[in-house]
Design a protein around this ligand. Sequence first.
Ligand code: 13P
Length: 252
Amino acid sequence: MVRPVIAGNWKMNKTVAEAIDFASRLRNALAAPPEPEVIIAPPFTALHTVAELLRGSPVCLAAQNLHESEKGAFTGEISGEMIREAGCAYVIIGHSERRTLFGEGDERIHRKLRTALSAGLKPILCIGETLQEREEGRMQNVVERQLKEGLNNLTAGDISRVLVAYEPVWAIGTGRTATPAQAEEVHRLIREWIAGRYGSEQAAEISILYGGSVTPKNIVDLMRQPDINGALVGGASLDVASFVQLVGYQTI
Ligand code: 13P
């Protein structure tokens, strides 16, 4: 059984003061260790402070991006080592907003993933098709290409530290969630692809998260699907009460 994961991607939201407020409330609300692995991904500026605040709590931290180089003259960029030292265990890689708004392609995403692994971080690789790609019947091609390029030539040890997030672009921030059946179809396809490439044991153990307009209203049905191991939540993760509900989805 894969332990469920509930992850909140704050994107470009919350100042340090707001992040402190959120983290303190979350810490209090999760006094008893929750069943799922709980991850929050604040902006870079708040990572270290939030890490200190959540030390000893069950909440893990993720960064939202990293640069593919270890260090050097890359003004404005952040390295894997910096992220890990700031207190993160995870890093989100290849989010569709990075792909579309910042021109990140599969090859660069793969380099970021390798850098994350060598920095001792667990990458959360985001993949997913656009509405046009889905309507043109290219969903499977796109998802498999993103997996193939993103996870190119990893060892069994590497793949066991990777999480995959299926985030259909048409469902992100639109209020239009994939139906549980639509999401399950793609999650199964992802697991089968992993099984074909890395073996059935790795496929059974990898966490595949769904992202795209997840809320306390739809999470239960999504999480009932056999191949959905967790959720990567944007908007509904920004409010503590709603995030705590998502973490406790088993009791909704
Ligand atoms: P929303 O939950 O706001 O649709 O965002 C999903 C997402 O992009 C998480 O990474």
